[in-house]
Design a protein around this ligand. Structure first.
Ligand code: SF4
Ligand code: FE
Length: 484
């Protein structure tokens, strides 16, 4: 494969050359890159390549690698200091601004930084060579400028039972056979963001595994076109609007997200691509670190998309002739306040990061969890305020096709007119973009994923309770009051 930073075109071609197939809306489908449901998501990932080429953004997106001493895309970078952690969040906001959706490439970045430090610590205890294997592997990823899907979430079956107690043990991905040259794995990973736009899959365990659950404590990488890996494309609200033709009703005509159910049907993984196999107590550490990096990520990407929603809300207020109404101005200020609060957490957990034993940098765990807990709430409030300001037309507007109708079209143009000089079709476009984010295909990433991605609110609450040193705070009181 060609080395060095890829152009967006080279990226798209490299994905096409993998010849991936997926079940999409009931049909086994090839030629995915051109498929109208898939194409917008591929274009969103391609933005991460474009930004590394564009004059105004390339200094942020390009960085010298500590692994291969080459300039690489920051989306493959192992953070060397707190500035790198901050730059990651800034970069994600830029991508959210440019696409107005999930651009998918952060999951592999977050997985890599977690696997890098965990393999080092695991080898230090057990004397294995996972870390060396990973360094070699990730150097290749950087040199070839690849997209890696970080795959963590197992189906989980009965949530009240451990992996080994499930009626079907495959409900958590596991090793079913060990050989001298590798292992065979079976299971599935759900909610896989950008899987079909990726060159590689990096599988991680989903839980802190316990002794006796060695078969489920497995981490490895394989190419997405490995035999035995199957894909089923996830539906999104209003997704079939993408099949209808003109982009107006889609809301975000160029970009979109992608979620995929991924099945591993007895898949062989060669030894040099295995980064954990049976060391149960490192599985929990891996989950925790990956989740924390991804909770940091949301303080950039969701903020970038939030900027787009705030912009659309301000624009529709202007188009409706109410931009100077004090309550509208106040609602927009509230949206900005919430959005910047999430950003402040993303920046803060980065600025207070620290070195791991392996040498890469990790965010402040407490603040990363606070960041994500805010993200489980604030985008919903932003969406509520946007809906409030946009007005009821958001839910009742006629279709783009009716605009072309000789009878309905002129009525639409006449009765959807608003402030002087505002083009009716432009007004419809802005309303559809807001609809996309608050109730359409974009709400999958902007709202549902804000709730559940990188773990639901309860997962962050558990980490916050663990990190916050409540005993220490009680000690403060005791010292101030001269107690004990
Ligand atoms: Fe990146 Fe955000 Fe999408 Fe996760 S939701 S992959 S952090 S853009
Ligand atoms: Fe996510």
């Amino acid at each position: 494969m060609r080395m060095g930073l890829k152009t967006p075109k080279e990226y798209v071609e490299s994905i096409e050359s993998l010849e991936l197939e997926a079940h999409v809306l009931g049909e086994k489908t090839s030629g995915l890159a051109a498929h109208p449901l898939v194409r917008p998501s591929l274009q969103a990932v391609a933005k991460t390549y474009e930004c590394a080429q564009a004059e105004e953004t390339k200094s942020l997106f390009r960085v010298r690698s500590s692994l291969c001493d080459e300039e690489v895309n920051r989306f493959t970078h192992l953070h060397r200091n707190t500035e790198d952690l901050v730059s990651k969040v800034v970069m994600q906001r830029v991508c959210g601004n440019a696409t107005g959706c999930c651009f998918q490439r952060c999951v592999g970045l977050d997985a890599a930084n977690a696997v890098f430090s965990v393999t080092y610590e695991c080898d230090r205890e057990f004397g294995g060579n996972y870390h060396e294997c990973f360094r070699r592997y990730w150097g290749d990823v950087q040199r070839q400028d690849l997209v890696v899907d970080g795959a963590m979430t197992d189906p989980k079956g009965d949530r009240g039972k451990r992996p080994k107690d499930q009626k079907d043990p495959d409900l958590y991905l596991r090793v079913v056979k060990r050989m001298s040259d590798g292992v065979v794995v079976r299971g599935a990973k759900l909610h896989q963001t950008g899987m079909l736009n990726s060159h590689e899959i990096m599988v991680m365990p989903t839980l802190n595994m316990r002794p006796g659950e060695e078969d489920w404590a497995v981490c490895f990488s394989i190419p997405t076109n490995t035999p035995g890996v199957r894909y089923v494309y996830g539906r999104q609200t209003s997704d079939t609007r993408k099949l209808e033709g003109p982009g107006l009703d889609v809301g975000n005509p160029l970009f979109g997200g992608q979620e995929v159910m991924t099945v591993f049907e007895d898949v062989f993984v060669p030894r040099e691509r295995i980064f954990l196999d049976g060391e149960t107590r490192y599985s929990g550490l891996l989950v925790e670190r990956f989740a924390a990096y991804h909770r940091q990520s949301y303080g950039g990407c969701k903020v970038g998309v939030g900027d787009v929603l705030i912009g659309a809300t301000a624009l529709i207020a202007r188009m409706n002739g109410v931009e100077n109404a004090s309550h509208v101005r106040d609602k927009i200020v509230e949206m900005i306040h919430l959005n910047e609060t999430m950003y402040a957490c993303g920046i803060a957990c980065s600025a207070l990061g620290h070195a791991t034993a392996a040498g890469n940098y990790e965010i402040d765990m407490l603040l990363a969890n606070v960041c994500k807990l805010n993200v489980t709430r604030f985008p919903y409030e932003l969406a509520r305020l946007a809906t409030d300001v946009a007005g009821g037309l958001l839910g009742t507007m006629p279709s783009a096709k009716d605009l072309e109708d000789p009878v309905a079209g002129p009525y639409i143009r006449k009765y959807l007119a608003a402030a002087d000089g505002v083009d009716v079709v432009d007004r419809m476009k802005v309303l559809r973009l807001i609809e996309n984010l608050v109730a359409g295909a974009g709400s999958v990433a902007y709202l549902i994923e804000s709730m559940h991605g990188a773990g639901p609110p309860m997962a962050q609450r558990i980490m916050i309770a663990r990190q916050a040193d409540i005993e220490g705070k009680m000690g403060l009181v005791q010292r101030i009051l001269g107690m004990g």
